[in-house]
Write a protein that binds this ligand. Structure first.
Ligand code: ZLM
Ligand code: CA
Ligand code: ZN
Length: 392
């Protein structure tokens, strides 16, 4: 009814499973897997599934997870029960592998949840490698903080690293871009010593007060010139309150230069929605349009791409952004009305009936913009300086 048609000449695949969304981190934990249900319901009520290949994903196998994660860690993850959670009084129980604290709780069905998230991203990567898909969407993935043998920041399994490892079997160079408000430290670390992956993260940076505290402007990979990974980690540290206009300009400038020098053969884009205005944990002033403009720009580069989810702690805005970005992937942005369809489930949950809330609809109090034009110019100059060392 909204005139959503299949894009001509290219294929978009959508990878999801209802099973993942039933898991709970705990009553007041900010990560709500239910946001995936809300996203899917918006995508469906706009009729977007007609324009995509839709796949119900499977669990990743132990062997697949083992391509990045250590056996020690996976064995514990597979067997640890909520009862193993260390309590304050219970001092003999030290958290193992950073599992069981308040950020990364042990909850019922944890291993299933993790293997589904990874399954979603691995399926997306395989569709790209088989050339059965030009853009593959995995909103259930994007868990960029997980390390080889450690959970971190709500992330247990690094599905992005697993997906990029698949892409590297076929594609010579993969560009990883991360627009989550947090630094993509786990992905950066995993590919720190290779020149086949360039990582670029945009994030709020304030080492003392904002998680994870890494990702300064000068952190660009191994310092040794003999290490191929030198200059292949790009970090864009930002302050509170950045606007659509500043972010979009910065994004296009940085990614434009990176694309010219690095010439990626595939792109992995983490679309964490906690960079939106009004996010429970985020600090930026981005609107759905500004967030989506990054996806549109990456699509315009014309190489195969995976879109991952990630953070996003105000579920109604997460659903808005990821539904809008799905419409960008299929080229239907102009065909979908900005008013949320009458028949959309949980329509009243969105409070405002538009896909594009204004800043004052998103924020009770306006957030001061602490990003000066001068600082943003310094960031661009530094990135260009680093890129002079990169030539493919
Ligand atoms: N405390 N409950 C982003 C990951 C951000 C580390 C400070 C925990 C929270 C947060 C957990 C219910 C991604 C830190 C925070 C309080 C040590 C973080 C449980 C509220 C709650 O109410 C909460 C009891 C919890 C956690 C807030 N944690 C806010 N920020 C960060 C991790 C993940 O978006 O990038 C990708 C998915 N952790 O700041 C502390 C240092 C734990
Ligand atoms: Ca980021
Ligand atoms: Zn985040």
């Amino acid at each position: 009814e909204y005139n959503i048609v299949r894009p001509k000449g290219y294929t978009v695949s959508y990878h999801a499973t209802d099973e993942m969304e039933k898991h709970h981190f705990g009553q007041t934990h900010p990560m709500k897997p239910w946001r995936l249900t809300l996203t899917k319901s918006l995508v469906t009520s706009y009729g977007m599934p007609f324009a995509m290949d839709n796949y119900n994903t499977r669990h990743a196998t132990y062997e697949e997870l083992n391509a990045f994660h250590s056996s020690d860690y996976l064995d514990y993850l597979a067997t640890a029960a909520p009862e193993d959670q260390p309590r304050d009084q219970d001092s003999e129980k030290e958290p193992k592998f950073n599992l069981g604290g308040s950020d990364c709780p042990l909850f019922h069905g944890l291993y299933d949840y993790c293997s589904m998230s990874a399954g979603t991203s691995l399926d997306a990567a395989r569709k790209i490698c088989n050339k059965q898909s030009d853009i593959a969407i995995a909103w259930g993935g994007g868990l960029h903080h997980a390390k080889k043998s450690e959970a971190s920041g709500f992330c247990y399994i690094n599905d992005i690293v697993l997906a990029i490892l698949q892409l590297l079997r076929l594609y010579p160079r993969v560009l990883y871009i991360d627009i989550d408000v947090h630094h993509g430290d786990g992905v950066e670390e995993a590919f720190y010593s290779t020149d086949r992956v360039m990582t670029v993260s945009f994030h709020k940076y304030h080492p003392e007060t904002f998680f994870p505290g890494t990702g300064g402007l000068e952190d660009n990979g191994p310092k040794s010139e003999h290490n191929p990974g030198a200059h292949h980690a790009i970090n864009i540290p930002l302050n509170d309150g950045i606007t659509d206009e500043q972010y979009e300009n910065l994004f296009k400038t940085v990614i434009g230069s990176v694309n010219e020098r690095f010439r990626p053969s595939a792109i992995a884009l983490q679309c964490g929605a906690d960079s939106l205005a009004g996010d429970r944990l985020g600090r930026f002033n981005l609107r759905v349009q500004g967030h989506g403009a990054c996806v549109r720009y990456c699509k315009s580069l014309g190489v195969p791409m995976i879109l991952f989810g990630g953070g996003g702690y105000t579920p109604r805005n997460v659903a808005r952004a990821w539904a809008y970005e799905t419409s960008i992937a299929i080229g239907a942005e102009a065909s979908i009305p900005s008013t949320i369809p009458e028949h959309a489930p949980w329509r009243s949950h969105f409070i405002h009936d538009t896909l594009f809330p204004t800043l004052s609809q998103s924020l009770s109090e306006p957030r001061n913009n602490r990003n000066t034009e001068k600082r943003l110019r310094e960031i661009v100059a530094h990135v260009n300086e680093q890129l002079r060392f990169v030539q493919h």
